[in-house]
Design a binder for this molecule. Structure first.
Ligand code: NAG
Ligand code: NAG
Length: 228
């Protein structure tokens, strides 16, 4: 293989490199900008969480088990988009479910002092609804989009669906005051929630840390936002 590097199209080279690394990916090309979009799958270790749950954002589609691609400003757009469609095709129509979305990597995966950051907590979701991707119920913590701090690396955004066996699931007032450092295991124990029925995660990092990020004025007309 060495020394035969003639004039291989670089898209092809990336695809070959990805195959070599054992990655799954789909390449799409933005018609207007000609950007290369790489949908890269999570590592096998991070993929163990991907069990029966799909998370759809506009433009991106299902990001379950993927890195949010570094193109079309997706990593910036996801910090503004409203809640995704969360679909649990295996839901029992007559059952009731709880949806939890957390960031275990707050403020960073190497030093997760504020894990778990609670991004979304909804109870009393009807099986018949979440089966079709409709998350409707008691919103104990409204959806907060992923906004990883600059220079903090990739964060995992994890989604868990639990079978809800009891009524009146609630947060203690202390838990409700802040989203960071949530003792999720205590919450789960309190309501006898052990194993999730379904789960998934995706990963993203601060968009300004991404190689393809263009600073405003250097070709991009996007306003510069301060991530939370
Ligand atoms: C606390 O509870 C209220 C009412 O359910 C909710 O609107 C608010 O977002 C909660 N705060 C947090 C940090 O979860
Ligand atoms: C749940 O809360 C409602 C309203 O506060 C109350 O009427 C009901 O008895 C509670 N149910 C349980 C199981 O605690």
């Amino acid at each position: 293989m060495m020394g035969t590097e003639v004039c291989v199209d670089w898209t092809m080279r990336l695809a070959v490199a990805a195959l070599f690394l054992g990655l799954t990916m789909v390449i799409t090309r933005d018609e207007e900008e000609g950007d290369l979009c790489l949908y890269e799958a999570l590592s096998d270790t991070d993929a163990v969480l991907c069990k029966g749950l799909e998370v759809f954002y506009p433009e991106l589609g299902n990001v379950g088990c993927m890195f949010v691609p570094d193109c079309n400003n997706y990593r910036q757009k996801i910090t503004h988009w409203a809640e995704p469609i969360v679909k649990f095709p295996g839901a029992l129509e007559g059952a009731t479910y709880i949806l939890v979305m957390v960031d275990p990597d707050a403020p960073s995966r190497s030093s997760p002092k504020a894990q778990f950051w609670r991004h979304w907590l909804v109870t009393d979701i009807k099986g018949i609804d979440i089966k079709k991707g409709k998350v409707q119920g008691q919103e104990l913590s409204p959806y907060q989009p992923p906004s990883p701090p600059a220079q903090s690396g990739f964060h995992r955004y994890q989604f868990f669906v639990y079978l809800q066996q009891t009524q009146n699931i609630s947060l203690h007032s202390k838990e409700n005051k802040t989203r960071g450092s949530w003792k999720m295991d205590k919450f789960l124990n309190r309501f006898h929630l052990s194993e999730p029925e379904a789960s998934t995660q995706f990963m993203t990092q601060n968009y300004q840390d991404s190689p393809n990020y263009q600073t405003p004025g250097a070709g991009s007309s996007e306003p510069k936002d301060k991530p939370k």
